[in-house]
Structures are given as structure tokens and as C-alpha cells.
Design a binder for this molecule. Sequence first.
Ligand SMILES: Cc1cc2nc3c(=O)[nH]c(=O)nc-3n(C[C@H](O)[C@H](O)[C@H](O)COP(=O)(O)OP(=O)(O)OC[C@H]3O[C@@H](n4cnc5c(N)ncnc54)[C@H](O)[C@@H]3O)c2cc1C
Length: 305
Amino acid sequence: MIVDVCTNVRETLQKINIKGEMHFDIPLSSLTTIRTGGPAAAAVYPRLFRDITELIPRLREAGIPYTVMGAGSNILADDAGYPGCIIDMKHMNRMTVRGLYVCAEAGIRLEQAIRRTTALMLSGLEYLSGIPGTIGGAVACNAGSFGQEICSLIDWVDYIDSEGYLRRFHRGDAPFAYRCSPFQTSDIIVETALRMTPGKTSEIVSRISRARSEREKRGHYSYPSAGSVFRNPDGIEITAGELIEQIGLKGYAVGGAQVSKKHGNIIINTGSATTGEIKKLIDFVRSRVQEETGILLEREIVYLE
Ligand SMILES: Cc1cc2nc3c(=O)[nH]c(=O)nc-3n(C[C@H](O)[C@H](O)[C@H](O)COP(=O)(O)OP(=O)(O)OC[C@H]3O[C@@H](n4cnc5c(N)ncnc54)[C@H](O)[C@@H]3O)c2cc1C
């Protein structure tokens, strides 16, 4: 069934003559940090926001589903693949700096942005050091770490809505929340202006090193993963990782998917995991936590299906 759908998407996209780089039957395991997922029917790689404003109405007219992807570090893609078009932002990776303001296109990697701002003695992003995502993904998910969230830096965000129109969101237009942004799933963030603060290079660098070594301790880089599986529960002191650890699930595995032995809220792909196994493990952990503690954990990882 999915093979037929992919063939239709491919034929339709070839007919409507989309501008720019486009690939077909892309394994999602190659686009996600947890390294699982079947083929996406197509992927396009815009270079300019106009490529996207032209693309969206065409995809909508043709009835082709689409989704935007940054570095795929928070995404769990279905084993059956995705019967639509991935808009991969990796070529939209320019960044300009004016005084304390950094304008970053959505596809620039956080690490690259942090390297450049550190060299300019601009502080603010270093708390996110070691997160393997893009600026666009970080804004969409309101990424945060060590008590800091990216929303505190945002001045404005340019995005393309579901009709294909370019719009500007200004700080304060709508609230961000813990791992939540006001952007809808169909909005495509193209550029963000961040207001940084002046800092001393040595202090910024030392915060970066602390963040990285903390992540290494938590085993973030030992195996492929998609970061934290669950949000920390509201209104209580204990984290999702601590709850999972307390009920003895660290190291618990389903096939190639395993709750990390170093951190309860991370599921790793030990080599041969499928998304099906990871989802089974997520469901199991969630229901065990609920049975044992009465707390229903909410998923942070995004399912792409
Ligand atoms: C080892 C590891 C450690 C991590 N640590 C942290 C952490 O400390 N804190 C934290 O918050 N997260 C963490 N994460 C999760 C993840 O890296 C972040 O949420 C990151 O910001 C996601 O960025 P991305 O570009 O990979 O987004 P993706 O995974 O590609 O996408 C995630 C979601 O954002 C949407 N999206 C992506 N780009 C855009 C765009 N341009 N416009 C609109 N929507 C978009 C996607 O459609 C999807 O719904 C970690 C992940 C890993 C693997």
C-alpha cells in the first residue's frame, strides 16, 4: 500500500516540476538521530524561503502531505515510512550578526551557531550546547537545558503558514511553554532573530564544556537516540528520568531498543532497533510508570507516520 502511495507522490512531484534539489525514497533512518524509520516518498531541500512559499500551495493542490525536518533529533519515524514530502531545512543555514542580534536561518545547527556567537563574545545559546538539533527545530520545540529555554532569546520568528504565506511572529505575540511553541505543526520556521547578551569568551567556553561533560555523563553520545522520550511531569519535583529509574527500568529492552543504563528518560538504539520496538518500549515504560506511581507521562519525542 505504502509503495503505491510513494509512487503516486513521486509521479505527482515530477509532473508539477518543483524547483531545486529533490530526492525520492529517502530512508528516514538516515535523517533521524535514532537511526530508524522506513522510506519517505520524497524530500526537498529549499535554499530560499521563496522555494517554500512556492512549494506549499503546489503540495496542497496535489494533496501531498508534507512535514518539515531539521536534524531529526527529536523524531521517531514509522517503520512503514512517510507517504509524503519531507522539507529538509539543511541548506537554509545562513546566519548574520548585527550588534547583539543574531539572525539565524532555520537549518543552521545549534552547535555551529554556538561556535560563531562564542567567537563574537555573545552569550545566550551556550546552554543548548551538545543538543544535536537545528535552530528551527529548537524554536519549534522550545528546546531547553540547564534551566534555560531558547524562547527567552527570541525577538522575532519568520515562518511560512499552511497557506504558503510568509509571516512574522514577534516576541510576546503568543506564549511559549515547557517544550512547546506557538507554531502549529504545519508552520515552517525559516529564520529567527535572537537577542544575545555580551559575554566573556572564557566564561562562555567554560559553560559549554560543563554542558558537554554533563551530557557525556548522561550517555547522550554513546548510542543513537532522540533525546528525552517524555516531558518532565508538571507540578512535582521529580523528573521523568528519575521516575523511570526508581521503578527499575534502566537497561530494560525490547529487541534492539533499550532504556539507557545511564539515563532513565533516554531510549537508545543498540544497533538493530526498529521504530516498532521503540514504540513498544515507550508504551511499556509509560504504563509501568502509571501503574507504580499514578503519573501519566507525556511524550516529548515526535512521531512521524
Ligand atoms: C542526544 C540528544 C540530546 C538532546 N538534548 C536535548 C535537551 O537537552 N533539550 C531539549 O530541549 N532537547 C534535546 N534533544 C531533543 C532535540 O535535539 C531538540 O528538541 C532539538 O531542538 C530538535 O531540533 P531538530 O532540528 O533536530 O528538530 P527535528 O527533530 O528535525 O524536528 C522536531 C520537531 O520540530 C519540527 N521542526 C523542525 N524544524 C522545523 C522548522 N524549521 N519549522 C517548524 N518546525 C520544525 C519538526 O516538524 C518536528 O515536529 C536532544 C536530542 C538528542 C538526540
